[in-house]
Design a protein around this ligand. Sequence first.
Ligand SMILES: N[C@@H](CCC[C@H](N)C(=O)O)C(=O)O
Length: 275
Amino acid sequence: MIEFTKMHGLGNDFVVIDAINQSISLQAEQIRTWSNRHFGIGFDQLLLVEIPVSPDADFKYRIFNADGSEVAQCGNGARCFAKFVRDKKLTDKDEIRVDTNAGQLLLKLNADGMITVNMGIPKHKPEEIPLKTQHEAKFYSVIANNIERGFGAVSLGNPHAVLQVHDIKHAPVNELGPLLESHPDFPERANIGFMQVIDRGHIKLRVYERGAAETLACGSGACAAAIIGIEQNLLDHEVKVELPGGSLTINWPGRGQPVLMTGPAVSVFEGRISL
Ligand SMILES: N[C@@H](CCC[C@H](N)C(=O)O)C(=O)O
């Protein structure tokens, strides 16, 4: 039997497993079965807590989408990870350094219960995202459903494209999301954000996540939308990002600087499941 904790960050939900004190080797099919909301536990991502690989890190953090694909970044998951390792007494630190497949993250537990994640320095070059285009630009375009759509793109360790919309309620998330997620211009697929700018410090956002469909919140997607909005001179450097599941605060001073994401993490229940 494997012990797990069900958690969420603004409704983006996770199964978190201590893979330091439990030996576990997961296949994609097992993850898909567990992620099913009718036949399994149900989650957007599964997170594994492992021993670190670099000498200055406290843990390693691995992330699997509901479709079983392993990915390198998950912002809401990082906050839940920080709460998990503290709740399980795997550390008593307020600042936790974590190895991921996208480099190191620094997680800070604040006195008010919120968690701030240093998500690292965003990458803008098309080959780093990756996006199939010759030159870096603030606006790109793609044809989907026979219509040309404009978007911005950035990597937070995972690929994001963000489209601006006038009315978030009627954004074509479930029509365009799957088409763009798997568009040949994104060779590793992409997370697709739909952003409504309310004012220079406030956006509304919905995200069709790679490997998980639309979620109630996407932390790296919130960072991507804020960064793209700042780059397109639509936003100031601190942005409230309102997602269907709640709000995050994103701070990004600009190119070459790390982006900070602050928000909550919640434990829902403990469970055991057989492999
Ligand atoms: N929910 C996450 C992102 C999870 C990974 C993403 N679906 C991908 O495939 O890159 C977040 O909060 O950042």
